[in-house]
Every structure is written in C-alpha cells, then in structure tokens.
Design a protein around this ligand. Structure first.
Ligand code: ADP
Length: 349
C-alpha cells in the first residue's frame, strides 16, 4: 500500500518530468518601466522565453498595497504590458497575464499566511521601508507582501525567478514558505531561486547616487523607457559628479562608480575603456562623459519607447494578450491547487 504522501510525490515527479523547468516573475503596474526594471528583470525574461515555460505577470494586486486608488490601474496595466512586449517579450511564447485574473492566487495566499510568522514579516527590509514612506497606510497587505509574492511564484511550481537584487530577501522568504508547506503537508513545490544570467543579481543605481532607480521614487534620477530624448539627456547631465580625481588610479566614489555602471549597460567597450583610462590618469571630463552616456542612453531607449507607444494604442490587441495569458496561467494554477488541496487534506468530503 502506498500512502497519500507517496502518491502525491509520485504525481508531482511525473508532472515535473513532463514539464520544462518553470520560470515566473512579476512587475507592479505603478508607473512607467525604467532602466532598472529592464536590466534587473525584463531583459532576462526575454532571454528565458525560448527555453523555459514562462509565466510573467503584471502584479496589479501588489500595487494596491501602495496605490489603493484604481482610477489609473487600467492605463498603468496597459503601459506595463506594452513596454514588456516592446522589450521583446512574446505573448505567444509566454503566459503574460494580470495577477487579479487568476483567482487561485488568493486561495494559495490564504493557506500560506498560516505558515508565515508576524515576527519574520515585520523584519522584512521592504516592509520597514514602506512603513517609513507611507506611515498613514501601514496595511496588512504591506506586511504580507512576501507571502502573496510566494503564492504568485509557487502557484506555477516555478524554479527560477528573474528579479533584481532588491528582491533577494523576498526570494529567501519564498523558499522558506515553500519548504514549510512541503514539510507540513507533502512535497508539492520546488525551491524557487532568484535568477540572473550573470553571476550576480543586478541593481541599477539612481542618477543622484542615492539608492536604486524606481518607478515611484526619485523620478528625476530614474531613466524611464518612456522618457523622450531631451529628457534623457537632461537627466543624465544632472547626475552627480565632482571636480575629478587628483591622484592617478584612485578608487571611485559611489556616485562616480554609478555613472560608470550605467555606461557599462549601454555603451561600447571602447567608450568605457577610454573613460576608465581618463579617470586613472586624472584627465577625465565628466561633462564629456555624461554627454556620451546621454547619447548612448537615447540610442538604447528611443526604439523601445516608439514600439511601446504603438502597442499601447492597440487596446484590442492588449485585451487579447491578457485573455490568452490568463487562460494559460489559470490552467497551471488549477493543476497546482488540486494538488495543494489534496495534500492539505481539504478534499475530505
Ligand atoms: P519598482 O521598484 O520600480 O516599482 P517592481 O517592484 O515592480 O519595480 O519590480 C519589478 C522588477 O524590477 C523586479 O524584478 C525588481 O527586482 C526589478 N527592479 C526594480 N528596480 C530595479 C533596479 N533599480 N535595478 C535592478 N532591478 C530592479
């Protein structure tokens, strides 16, 4: 006789063998996408879409924790979808969907909240940041943000989660919650890992040298994929610099390191080594460096902006993308939830 746990493991192994490794990630519709979203997340989505079964989600429910007013939601969702597609994501290859269209997420989130402890949630860095930023609205959704995020990921039994460095702690929590579930009820979920093609997760710094580029903070220090050419040049020229090094081969202050870091994302290796050399022999002219960076950013951003504008105006196409994406995501979610209810012993009648 095989017991229920062994039987579930058998089904799961069969499911995993049949499927390619699964990838899942999400972006909140809280504003225009920026360079950090691109290099931390979307660029990896595009590279993964040919080899893996991919679920990419517009995290509209997560956005309610900080943006409870839904007046702009539709337009923001359309923007994020258009920008992802303009960056090269193919809705025919991946499931591109909205979080709120897959109701199974809410059910799994409920079960996981019973496996998450108040103390660990209160210690999360992003929660503490949000408490500082919006002291007038410290809602329970902010506290349980990593639990909902775990539900999003493991709902598809994903193994890889392409995200930027700011999400490292959340992924560690997702592994803890998934493992707790597996230990308590039976092996259903793989351990999700943060994923980047390089060795390290990416953090794109903001132009003022303080923190990271972000959708809703530091707008003048963040380069958006929707910025027009003049605005890109203006923002880059305003980046913080100083009068330059006076001692050859000296180490770079953070804000100068950031400008070199941004250059590495979009400029050619020759351009970068020229400015490295100038820095090391103390002849660097930051004005020239920022002018070059501005032009290289314009070259990188403007084709994406133009494509995204064209897609955003095609409402019917975006509706079809959302419907098709939700259908694929629901299919995967339903299969997982059947397994979840079974191992939890909820199918007892
Ligand atoms: P934001 O913080 O701008 O609102 P989200 O929370 O929606 O962005 O995150 C979407 C994805 O973009 C996540 O994978 C996150 O890790 C990544 N990301 C956001 N900002 C940056 C950044 N400055 N550098 C690298 N990756 C980032």
């Amino acid at each position: 006789m095989i017991n229920q746990k062994q039987q579930t493991s058998f089904y799961l192994r069969r499911l995993m063998d049949m499927n390619k490794k699964i990838v899942m990630s999400g972006i909140r519709p809280t504003g225009f996408l920026h360079l950090g979203n691109y290099f931390g997340a979307v660029k990896n989505y595009v590279r993964l879409q040919d080899e893996f079964e991919c679920y990419f989600m517009v995290a509209d429910l997560h956005s309610l924790t900080t943006h409870p007013d839904t007046k702009e939601l539709k337009i923001n969702v359309q923007r994020v979808l258009s920008e992802n597609i303009a960056c090269g994501l193919d809705p025919e290859k991946v499931a591109l969907y909205c979080q709120s269209h897959v109701h199974e997420t809410a059910e799994l989130y409920l079960y996981l909240t019973m496996l998450a402890y108040k103390g660990e949630l209160e210690k999360t860095t992003t929660f503490k940041d949000k408490v500082r930023l919006q002291p007038e609205n410290i809602n329970a959704g902010l506290l349980t943000y990593p639990v909902l995020q775990t539900a999003d990921i493991i709902l598809h039994r994903a193994s890889y989660v392409p995200v930027g460095k700011d999400q490292e702690q959340h992924l560690e929590m997702a592994r803890n919650f998934a493992n707790r579930f597996n230990h308590r009820y039976g092996d259903v979920f793989p351990e999700p890992q943060a994923f980047n093609f390089g060795d390290e997760l990416v953090k794109v710094p903001s132009l003022d040298g303080a923190g990271k580029m972000s959708k809703s903070e530091n707008q003048f220090a963040t380069l958006y994929l929707s910025d027009d050419d003049e605005l890109i040049r203006k923002k880059v020229m305003k980046a913080k610099t100083d009068s330059g090094p006076t001692v050859p081969n000296s180490s770079k202050p953070d804000y100068i390191e950031n400008i070199f870091g941004l250059m590495k994302l979009v400029s050619s290796p020759e351009v970068i080594s020229k400015f490295e050399e100038d820095y090391n022999n103390c002849t660097i002219r930051y004005g020239d460096m920022k002018k070059q960076l501005g032009e290289d950013m314009v070259k990188f951003i403007s084709p994406i902006r133009e494509k995204a504008d064209a897609i955003r105006n095609n409402e019917q196409y975006l509706k079809e993308v959302m419907e098709k994406g939700a259908e694929k995501a629901r299919k995967s979610a339903r299969a997982t939830m059947e397994l979840v209810r079974e191992v939890m012993g909820l199918n007892y009648f």
